[in-house]
Design a protein around this ligand. Sequence first.
Ligand SMILES: [Zn+2]
Ligand SMILES: [Zn+2]
Length: 272
Amino acid sequence: MVWKAFVTRRVGAHKSPQYPELSGTQLALTWIGHASFLVQFPGLNALIDPNFANWLFMLKRLKRAGLKLKDLPPIDLVLLTHAHFDHFHRPSLRKLPSPKIAIVPWGVGDLARGLGFERIIELEWWESFAHGDWKVTLTPCKHWGARVLRDHHRGYGGYLLEYCGRRIFHAGDSAYFDGFKQIGERASPEIALLPIGAYFPDSFRNVHMGPDEAIQVFRDIKAQYMVPMHYGSFKLSFESMDEPPRWLMELAMRAGLEHRVRILEEGVPALF
Ligand SMILES: [Zn+2]
Ligand SMILES: [Zn+2]
């Protein structure tokens, strides 16, 4: 799999981002690729799991990040869902323009040190941190946290980011599990960023989900919009690279949800 990726030509292009002027509680969401997003409110620029790498060790990125790191706006807040290399990419974090606050799950703070953050906050599941107009809550998921071997003390999760009544949820990496119903009840997210890749062979579904399960999660949490992620950039599994979004849209149409599933183009801000 690694070798095949090695000889595959990288596709996609960096966009010159046209960040919209926001007012009130408008939200602009820019998918950078994989699990990485820029979330913008009028008074907040937040990144989630930023990863601009062309290589993760021997694993080649097959689609360019939608933005160049140098084209990011000043970053107030960085949310990191867990320590896996495709989500917690230290070389990307080190180059962020004056990042202020990093929020990480329990046992992950040491990895964020020395990267230029003014503050590093560790959260347990359902713990929150509030600052100014925003509040962040770490939510449960079904995954694991070890970055290498023997560091199973590291936590993992998803995030709810609230800003003046808007509620956006990034699920991190997760298998399908019952806890999403509770997340729906307690957090009632409006926009759900849900992973849909790395689900084949079936054994991978112990830690990831496919489009079929992601649609079920979308129903469980009763969000208004779903934005799919965690596909198309790195080949982490054996389904074909273009299968996840295709299958997702088939399922969404069958369920009459196609107007509520928004597939974003990397590097192009979408308004919500
Ligand atoms: Zn992971
Ligand atoms: Zn991942």
